[in-house]
Design a protein around this ligand. Structure first.
Ligand code: ATP
Ligand code: MG
Length: 266
């Protein structure tokens, strides 16, 4: 399993947002996609899903994505959007988990397999208590976790998570990201996750890519990429990298915003 893009570009209303992005991630790995507000991170994911027009090449295990039908893309990709307003429907979480696996609108004949997978997903993410609730009537964080369950229940090859923990409390951030990274490894899929929390990226991403002004500023293993130099360049912030727990974890501590002169020096 592998996911690759080559010279991947998106232009919106005549403005180039992504100017040629090359990425290669192998199965079982999670890549953190980082960059400042407006850098084009969500646009990158929307282009892969066919929600905005994109040029260049993107392949999942050699299968070209850009010419794939919406139905084929939906089979291959699980997507949790930054904006979750679309979950405001009059169905329970469990019904939505069954519906997500149908892929077609051929009625409500649910298989035993679909019911088993729905139950497994609720258990994996610790969401059993929300089974009978309508997501629209749950909190923002609860809804965010249900969106992830809906993306995973269809067994995607590529999982796209746009700020998947932005609404989650501390315990749920760790539980959900632990579940995602072990699912990614166990099923040998590729997960791309957008983060604004550098410590979550440091802890959960095998690889990291930073976008800046429409280009890839740096990419590679998270340890080698999530450095104060790269963070200064991309975010204009002076950060310290602190070794924690006998070097098993690198914490990122943001100290101050750099002046334009200091930033230019990077
Ligand atoms: N539909 C659109 N039409 C025109 N421009 C758009 C559209 N959607 C996004 N943009 C522009 O594209 C740029 C990238 O937006 P995008 O949402 O990808 O940023 P992002 O990196 O996800 O930022 P954030 O961290 O704030 O979520 C922004 O400057 C935005 O204004
Ligand atoms: Mg975004």
């Amino acid at each position: 399993m592998s996911f690759c893009t080559s010279n991947y570009r998106v232009t919106l209303r005549g403005r180039p947002i992504l100017k040629g992005l090359d990425m290669e991630v192998s199965g079982g790995r999670t890549l953190a996609l980082l960059g400042a507000n407006g850098a084009g991170k969500s646009t990158f994911m929307k282009g892969l899903c066919g929600l905005v027009p994109a040029q260049g090449s993107a392949t999942i295990n050699g299968t070209p994505l850009m010419d794939a039908s919406p139905a084929r893309r939906a089979q291959l990709i699980g997507y949790v959007a930054q904006d979750l307003a679309s979950l405001d429907v009059r169905l329970s979480t469990y019904e939505l988990l069954l519906l997500a696996q149908q892929g077609t609108t051929r009625g409500w004949r649910t298989s035993q397999n679909a019911r088993r997978k729905a139950a497994e997903m609720l258990e994996l993410l610790g969401l059993q208590r929300f089974s009978e609730h309508q997501p629209g009537q749950l909190s923002g964080g609860e809804r965010q976790m249900i969106s992830l369950a809906l993306a995973l229940v269809r067994s995607p090859r590529l999982l796209l998570l746009d700020e998947p923990t932005s609404a989650l409390d501390l315990a749920n951030q760790l539980q959900i990201l632990d579940a995602v990274s072990s699912y990614t490894r166990k099923h040998n899929i590729v997960t791309l996750a957008i983060f604004h929390d550098m410590n979550l990226a440091s802890r959960y991403a095998d690889d990291t890519m930073m976008l800046h002004q429409g280009h890839v500023h740096c990419s590679g293993s998270t340890g080698a990429t999530l450095t104060p130099e790269n963070l200064a360049h991309v975010y204009g912030v002076d950060c310290r990298a602190l070794s924690v727990d006998a070097g098993t974890f690198t914490a990122i501590y943001p100290v101050s915003v750099l002046t334009p002169e200091q930033r230019a020096a990077h």
